[in-house]
Design a protein around this ligand. Structure first.
Ligand code: TMP
Length: 215
């Protein structure tokens, strides 16, 4: 049986980490074999590339350098971690994946959409998420939460307009692929967000049980 590939997306400060752990615990408590990972990162090479990407630097990092570093980390993540886990029948919960590249690099930085499509083909072949949860909140809410966490990384230092474009791109992607996306309103209380997550969690559980019973 092939596992399920679930991704969680959203702008800065929308609560992805807390909610990913919540969903992971819910699935595990219900007997699902689940593993959690993140991008950029998820492997030793990937985590080293992540440091390079997030570090504040004196020189300007070109949009193409940034894009290729992200896909270099992804290539390693796909071959070393994601594909083997899916082949073993596990549910892979991933904090960001290629939709983040469309949102940040295309929406935020202005990289051409088809450049990312070409890299996606090259690096992932047919691998796409089965379900993507988009945690959405107004940019100002997310940014003030992120700023409250302390020192900002290279992405978090971007201005509000950048994050408005990122949010716009995510919402557009969700609209154009409503079969795969589950939109979560993250501007409400944590309890309320987790209620919404439980609905999606229930659906994931059914899909996983269906797959297990077919195999
Ligand atoms: P994080 O805040 O979710 O840990 O992600 C680190 C940063 O990396 C975040 O600011 C978004 C950025 N990023 C991209 O710009 N493109 C990508 O494809 C991914 C996966 C992350």
């Amino acid at each position: 049986m092939r596992g399920l590939f679930i991704t969680m997306e959203g702008g800065e400060g929308v609560g992805k980490s807390t909610n990913l752990t919540f969903l992971e615990n819910f699935l595990r408590d219900n007997g699902v074999d689940v593993v959690c990972t993140r991008e950029p990162g998820g492997t030793r090479i990937g985590e080293e590339i992540r440091k390079l990407l997030l570090q504040i630097r004196q020189e300007k990092v070109s949009a193409m350098t940034e894009l290729l570093l992200i896909f270099a980390a992804r290539a390693q993540h796909v071959s070393e971690f994601i594909e083997p886990a899916l082949a073993m029948g596990q549910v892979v919960l991933c904090d960001r994946f290629t939709d983040a590249t469309y949102a940040y690099q295309c929406g935020g930085r202005g990289v051409a959409w088809d450049t990312v499509e070409q890299l996606e083909e090259l690096v992932q072949d047919k691998l796409r998420p089965d379900v993507t949860l988009l945690l959405d909140a107004p940019t100002s809410v997310g940014m003030s939460r992120a700023r409250g966490r302390g020192e900002l990384d290279r992405f978090e230092q971007e201005d509000l307009d950048f994050f408005e474009r990122v949010r716009g791109s995510y919402l557009e992607q969700a609209k154009n692929d409503s079969g795969r996306y589950r939109l979560i309103n993250a501007s409400v209380s944590l309890d309320n967000v987790q209620q919404q997550l439980l609905e999606v969690g229930g659906e994931l559980l059914s899909r996983w049980r269906e797959r297990s019973s077919e195999s």
